[in-house]
Design a protein around this ligand. Structure first.
Ligand code: SF4
Ligand code: SF4
Length: 103
């Protein structure tokens, strides 16, 4: 999923402290329960245009209100939705890039 970058009118995203959250609302539109919203432990995601959006100012998310916990991505991916990724500069462990391992 590295380099996954939705484009066009369905693309949505916001900066986090060290990375970025990217959403493909084309996939969100077909996702009935929108489980990512409730799974955010700090409650910063709201429903907008059929998908998750920031319920706070973008500057606040970038300053650390998004705690980069990956819960939204895990919930989305574990349910097979594939509509959201949290791109973070993860380190290499034992020569294996954790970012690449996500792919
Ligand atoms: S779980 Fe995934 S596909 Fe469903 S609304 Fe959230 S980001 Fe979109
Ligand atoms: S990474 Fe965590 S804190 Fe940030 S939006 Fe997703 S669930 Fe919320």
């Amino acid at each position: 999923m590295v380099g996954w970058e939705p484009e066009g009118p369905d693309a949505y995203g916001f900066a986090t402290f060290t990375g970025r959250v990217r959403v493909d609302r084309g996939r969100c539109r077909e996702c009935g329960e929108k489980p990512c919203l409730a799974t955010c432990p700090v409650g910063i995601l709201v429903l907008k245009d059929d998908g998750p959006a920031l319920g706070i100012a973008e500057e606040e998310a970038a300053q650390g209100k998004c705690i980069e916990c990956l819960a939204c991505e895990l919930e989305c991916q574990l349910r097979g939705r594939g509509g959201l990724v949290v791109e973070l500069p993860l380190p290499e462990v034992g020569g294996i890039s954790l970012s690449a391992a996500k792919g």
